[in-house]
Design a protein around this ligand. Structure first.
Ligand code: SF4
Ligand code: SF4
Length: 216
């Protein structure tokens, strides 16, 4: 069971403030707020604060609002599918964007995009990029993703991580974590290596993530 918000909702957001599991969301374009049925713990707090009585338990939905149950669930399906995972298509676009920037600047780089677990989705090595740059780029992407950070911060803040660089923990700028819109989870990362300096690598990585702005 879960609570469901109906179209009566006036979008004042009171319920969001009280929900203990943060499962009530909306987007600027959506007509109302929605409850994630997979997360709702039926605590009833939202029902108590709603000024217009827009919230019902799913099994008690009035007939004219039966559709709301599917609307609430569908909102989260759509949002999770689109935003919470980096698709192969998006990863390739990020690589192309990072490479386009590198080409303009005269760098020859490898670019790797990983998912939220640090596993590669797509990798590339431009003509002329050094052979080792691909593995370096992967390590940067992996590190940024698992540590939720850009790898330059790693270098500054966690010298000890460098020690592990024979594994996959990589210090040095050129990796960026990608946060989902939906909650604060890391959904992936991009790593670039092969340019003259780490900062140049980082600029390429930043160019790559601009692709995500176009998607929103
Ligand atoms: S019933 Fe509780 S957990 Fe469910 S949406 Fe309302 S406030 Fe959140
Ligand atoms: S409190 Fe009620 S009206 Fe306000 S956003 Fe939540 S469901 Fe909508």
């Amino acid at each position: 069971m879960a609570y469901v918000i109906t179209e009566i909702c006036i979008r004042d957001g009171s319920c969001v403030e009280v929900c203990p599991v943060a499962c009530i969301h909306t987007t600027p374009e959506a007509p109302q707020f929605y409850i994630d049925p997979d997360v709702c713990i039926e605590c009833e707090q939202c029902v108590i604060v709603c000024p217009v009585d827009a919230v019902f338990l799913d099994i008690e939905l009035p007939d004219q609002h039966l559709k709301a149950e599917e609307d609430n669930a569908a909102f989260f399906r759509a949002t999770k599918d689109e935003v919470e995972q980096l698709s192969y298509h998006t990863a390739m676009e990020m690589i192309h964007e990072a490479e386009a920037y590198a080409r303009r600047m005269g760098y020859r780089v490898s670019v790797v995009v990983v998912d939220g677990s640090g596993i590669p989705i797509a990798m590339s090595r431009m003509d002329g990029a050094t052979p080792w740059s691909t593995e370096l780029a992967l390590n940067k992407a992996y590190t940024a993703t698992l540590y939720d950070i850009n790898t330059d911060t790693t270098r500054l803040a966690h010298h000890s991580l460098t020690v592990m660089s024979k594994g996959k923990i990589m210090a040095g700028a050129g990796g960026l974590a990608i946060m989902g819109d939906f909650g604060a989870a890391t959904i992936g990362g991009i790593g670039v290596a092969g340019a003259a300096t780490n900062d140049n690598d980082l600029s390429c990585a930043r160019a790559g993530v601009t692709v995500l702005d176009h998607h929103h």
